[in-house]
Design a binder for this molecule. Structure first.
Ligand SMILES: [Zn+2]
Length: 89
């Protein structure tokens, strides 16, 4: 069975491909613009709602469900994660 968007977002958090949500400076909500989700990696279609989170100098797009997963996720040991954020265009 293919992994769900939530499962793939958690995978990225565990492997530290995603920065922690505490690093977010601003969040915008809007429609999908066909870019890849920073959580699950799937394209956010034009008919879907998306969150755009500014972290440092980059903006990370997320599906609504992936954003929800991301902001609620906490590392098991409670220590902050440090990750490199990148945008795929
Ligand atoms: Zn997603």
């Amino acid at each position: 069975m293919p992994k769900t968007r939530i499962a793939r977002t958690i995978d990225k958090l565990r492997t530290r491909e995603l920065p922690t949500p505490v690093e977010v400076k601003r969040t915008f909500i809007g429609g999908g613009i066909g870019c890849g989700c920073s959580g699950c990696g799937e394209v956010i279609g034009g008919s879907e709602r998306a969150y755009y989170c500014r972290v440092g100098d980059v903006v990370l797009p997320f599906h609504v469900v992936c954003h929800e997963t991301w902001i609620r996720w906490r590392p098991a040991n409670g220590s902050p994660l440090v990750g490199e954020a990148s945008l795929e265009s």
